[in-house]
Design a protein around this ligand. Structure first.
Ligand code: CTP
Length: 423
């Protein structure tokens, strides 16, 4: 339908990027569920048509009641979102206007058309992502492969399109790693050399220090980091980033030494057990551990640039003091109820960061707290006290707290014993 609309207007429409890559990688087209499709429109010959992508998108949107349109003016890109459509499921469709200079020639000229889509594809990250399929006649269905993407797909290689790619956009280093690990591809040796060269040049450090450039860069870096750290392949991806020295793009003090690697894995194991529904965002805790190795002032700055949530900022700011404080306090007490009182005011993410920072003995106590003590309840509740004839009042809390302590310390085992003590 979109292709027909484009054809009607005399434009060319292509499907590009990840969708083409993923379709070519599978043998069973029927089974591919594309949820994120990038289209590019070009081949126009009137300067008014530079907003072709947006125009096409709004024409389509008018035909579907359950479709939302958003426009990103800067790049003449429009996004259509079908949310839970009975036919498609959820579907994102990005329609971009070919990002090339306007060609004052007739669109029918195939050379101009080819060079326009070619330029658009040449600006992309990897050969495997620079493939396109033409959707409009003539030759609809034809695969456009200007840079050897098909060969690289077969050879399972992530190959960059030009030498400066990583200098222009460091997030591509993270993308290279993501595709390599996710698709089980290798990063082609020359591409790896470009990555290493870009990192050694120290350009990211310079960019980071220039505040006016850094926020936009780090926001995109955060999106890639999130993608990697929440994927089920986060471990090999993080290792590969470390092997390439690419964690330095975040900050020159970030590395994956044995200690940090252990801390991240330990926290992840705990979280899998303690927060199986991933309510607190395990990726965020992994990232917080990574950046907590930076000195306190700069780690806060980085976390702000990355626009981490407020709780995250607070956590990474206090983690060191909190760890020493909790460690010191726990040492002072023997009884379970006293240890419990030291820990109960903290939330799971705080305790996670502290636990991986502390020695084995303290870590064990925190584990016991999280898995056992925090689940213990006072054997009596307010209603029981009422039933026993006590008037509601501030004393209730004192009594119930005391009962909880006695239960934690194993001094009472049942409701009956609790009632005897209260009486
Ligand atoms: N792209 C790029 N450089 C970037 C980000 C994106 O060149 N830093 C291009 C690539 O051609 C990519 C396309 O934009 O294929 C779409 O980007 P995105 O949706 O992030 O990637 P996909 O390839 O669709 O990957 P995924 O399947 O993981 O979403």
């Amino acid at each position: 339908e979109i292709a027909q609309e484009a054809e009607h207007k005399g434009w060319h429409l292509y499907i590009v990027g990840g969708a083409v890559r993923d379709l070519l990688l599978t043998r069973n087209y029927e089974k591919v569920l594309l949820q994120d499709i990038d289209l590019v429109v070009d081949g126009f010959h009137r300067s008014a048509d530079v907003g072709a992508g947006v125009e096409l998108a709004s024409t389509i949107q008018k035909k579907y009641s359950n479709c939302r349109l958003s426009v990103h003016g800067e790049f003449q890109t429009a996004a259509l979102l079908w949310h839970k459509d009975p036919e498609f499921g959820s579907l994102w469709l990005d329609i971009a206007t070919s990002r090339t200079e306007f060609y004052p020639y007739p669109a029918a000229n195939p050379e101009v058309e080819a060079s326009s889509i070619r330029q658009d594809l040449y600006r992309r990250d990897f050969t495997i992502n620079a493939l396109a399929v033409r959707l409009t006649p003539p030759r609809e269905g034809e695969l456009l492969d200007f840079f050897g993407g098909l060969l690289d797909l077969k050879a399972k290689e992530v190959r960059v399109l030009h030498a400066n790619s990583f200098i222009e956009d460091p997030t591509r280093i993270y993308r290279a790693v993501r595709f390599a690990v996710r698709l089980k591809f290798e990063i082609e040796p020359q591409t790896e050399a470009y990555i290493r060269y870009a990192i050694e040049s120290g350009i990211y450090e310079k960019l980071r220090l220039k505040n006016h450039v850094a926020p936009a860069l780090t926001t995109r870096l955060k999106a890639e980091l999130k993608y990697i750290l929440e994927a089920n392949y986060w471990k090999p991806a993080l290792q590969l980033l470390s092997e390439l020295d690419a964690l330095k793009c975040l900050h020159n003090q970030v590395s994956l030494d044995d200690k940090i690697w252990w801390q991240i894995r330990c926290a992840s194991r705990w979280l899998k057990y303690l927060d199986p529904d991933n309510k607190i965002g395990h990726w965020l805790i992994r990232l917080e551990i990574l950046i907590s190795q930076i000195n306190i002032k700069e780690r806060k700055q980085l976390a702000q640039n990355l626009q981490l949530p407020k709780e995250s900022l607070e956590r990474i700011e206090i983690v060191n003091t909190l760890s020493s404080e909790i460690q010191e306090n726990l040492k002072k007490y023997d009884k379970t109820s006293e240890k419990y009182k030291q820990l109960y005011r903290y939330k799971l993410p705080d305790l996670m960061l502290v636990a991986v920072n502390c020695n084995k003995k303290i870590r064990r106590i925190i584990w016991q707290y999280l898995t056992q003590w925090s689940k213990v309840e006072s054997p009596l509740n307010g209603n029981d006290l009422k039933r026993m004839g006590y008037k509601p009042g501030p004393k209730y809390k004192m009594v119930l707290d005391r009962l909880l302590s006695l239960t934690l310390d194993g001094e009472i085992q049942s409701k009956e014993e609790a009632e005897i003590i209260v009486r």
